[in-house]
Design a protein around this ligand. Structure first.
Ligand code: DGL
Length: 266
């Protein structure tokens, strides 16, 4: 049986589903395979070498399943692993980074806040972004330990999640930021809560749509002969499959079933 080609997408957990939504919209006929590395979440406080090793393991798994293009639906893993993935695997690898450039274009008062993981904010890639755009506007950064875990629990509006959102947005709002970058793929699921805390006038910017467009460009340019897939979506997790199914049913589709990764990829 020949299996159609597919797009492989991974994140530390369910956050990358916010990117998968855009990929589904932009490339509706593709076969998509999503891996939530929930057994190793969060990536944000782990050493880059650990994240790099997980990224290689998940990419190998996705290629074995038929993926001929990879999307790292995670800012933290992109910072830690995109260069080594690109040197190791000879297929399109699309990464992502906090949307500093669009935020600099969007701000009206010249103050931009960045919500992201500590791993992303401490990375060399992010330092390079700041160096490039930080001259034009004031960019205030805020690491958000604990926020990813709340999304993994499906607590998009609980008292604890709200308290964390209030704590992390307060310094950025106090500096006058009129634009907030959602620099982690888990955070778009908290957008309603962030708006409720920060006010409806705040501009929230994330990278999901731009990643989907970039993926489409790379596939057209680098894999022109490719047959598109069967429009199916499969879900895998390195965490508990029942728990992943429960959360993904809320964040993706009520009929979602997540399967456990094979042991060698766990
Ligand atoms: N969703 C991820 C990101 O975009 C990482 C979250 C984490 O595991 O810390 O950065």
């Amino acid at each position: 049986m020949s299996v159609s080609s597919a797009i492989g997408v991974f994140d530390s957990g369910v956050g990358g589903l916010s990117v998968l939504h855009h990929i589904r919209q932009t490339l509706p006929h593709e076969r998509l395979i999503y891996v939530a590395d929930s057994g190793h979440v969060p990536y944000g406080d782990k050493p880059p070498a650990y994240i790099e090793q997980r990224s290689h393991t998940l990419t190998r798994f996705l290629i074995e399943q038929g993926a001929d293009a990879i999307v790292i639906a995670c800012n933290t893993a992109t910072a830690a692993a995109v260069a080594s993935l690109r040197s190791q695997f000879n297929i399109p690898v699309v990464g992502m980074e906090p949307a500093v450039k669009p935020a600099v274009a969007a701000t009206k008062n010249g103050v931009v806040g960045v919500l992201a993981t500590v791993g992303t904010l401490e990375s060399a890639r992010f330092a390079a972004l700041l160096e490039r755009y930080g001259e034009e506007v004031e960019i205030v950064t805020q690491g958000c330990p604990g926020l990813v875990e709340q999304v993994e629990l499906g607590e998009l509006d609980s008292a604890r999640t709200r308290a964390l959102v209030e704590r992390y947005t307060a310094p950025l709002l106090a500096r006058g930021a009129d634009t907030l970058i959602l620099g982690c793929t888990h955070y778009p699921f908290l957008a309603p809560l962030i708006r409720a805390v920060a006010g409806n006038d705040i501009a929230l910017i994330d990278t999901g749509a731009a990643v989907a467009r970039q993926l489409q460009r790379r596939i057209q340019a680098e894999l022109p002969e490719r047959q598109t897939g069967d429009a199916s979506v499969q879900f895998f997790t390195s965490g508990d499959a029942a728990q992943a199914t429960r959360i993904m049913s809320v964040l993706w589709d009520a009929n979602t079933q997540a399967r456990q990764l094979p042991r060698e990829s766990m």
